[in-house]
Design a protein around this ligand. Structure first.
Ligand SMILES: Nc1ncnc2c1ncn2[C@@H]1O[C@H](COP(=O)(O)OP(=O)(O)OP(=O)(O)O)[C@@H](O)[C@H]1O
Length: 231
């Protein structure tokens, strides 16, 4: 289980996160939501070692992930699919996927077939440049690249942003499939309310760098959550 406790984060003098706490269990989807600029991406960046946090703690199965850099966080099993996808535009799909090998031993430098079962289009486009894919295909590539690391924690930052509805549905199915494997904790940062409402096992609404509301599916009130996201 990933556990974030009382996390604070600054950019220079400005404090963005003011003591965020959440947990993400294997085999569950934890949705983090909130309006623009409340600190959702900053939270993921702190977990992924992309930006240092100022205080609080992050642990994975009780083991502290003390201020790791991005490579160390990857080695520890944390995969991050950034907002905007960050696909390498001049590299082929195959080469983009292979960048996921960086955190794996040499013996595991092979793209597993199940990646293409999840995202069949990538097999057809292996030699196509990343920059020539549609936004939806790039999103699939970004998720596939993260999965190659065999993560224990998958961080998804607004995977539906700017994506056409049929690909959104496919991404939803993939997230459900990954959940049902039972071994990966998935943190889904998402503003598309109905998408995350239908998918997540628990919810954390963030306002101004703090947790404003949290709870499990079936227990949390839909309208109360929606109100926090629509301010
Ligand atoms: N590198 C940075 N330097 C300074 N301020 C930053 C930096 N990155 C983000 N911020 C500021 O931190 C705040 C939180 O940004 P963040 O991207 O974490 O929010 P968010 O909830 O993910 O927003 P969005 O939904 O628009 O992506 C914003 O006010 C943003 O302008």
């Amino acid at each position: 289980m990933l556990s974030v406790e009382n996390l604070t984060l600054h950019y220079g003098q400005s404090q963005i996160l003011h003591g965020i706490s959440l947990t993400a269990e294997p085999g569950k989807v934890t949705a983090v939501t909130g309006t623009n600029g409340v600190g959702k991406t900053s939270l993921l960046k702190a977990i992924a070692g992309r930006h240092p946090y100022s205080g609080g703690s992050i642990t994975l199965d009780g083991k502290p992930l003390d201020h790791l850099n991005a490579f160390q966080a990857g080695r520890a099993g944390i995969a991050y699919v950034p907002q905007g996808r960050e696909v390498f535009p001049l590299m082929t799909v195959q080469e983009n996927l292979e960048t996921g090998f960086a955190c794996l031993p040499k013996s595991e430098h092979k793209v597993p077939e199940h990646i293409f079962e999840l995202f069949p289009i990538l097999k057809d486009f292996l030699q196509r440049r990343g920059g020539d894919l549609s936004g939806g295909q790039q999103q699939q590539l970004a998720i596939a690249r993260a999965l190659i690391m065999k993560p224990r924690v998958l961080l998804l930052d607004e995977p539906t942003e700017g994506i056409q509805p049929n690909i959104i549905q496919q991404i939803g199915r993939v997230i459900s499939q990954l959940r049902s494997q039972g071994d990966m904790a998935i943190i889904l940062v998402e503003q598309y309310f109905d998408f995350m409402w239908g998918l997540a096992d628990s919810f954390v609404a963030v306002t101004r760098g703090e947790v404003a509301l949290s709870g499990k599916a079936g227990e949390i009130d839909r309208e109360a959550l929606l109100a926090k996201v629509s301010i």
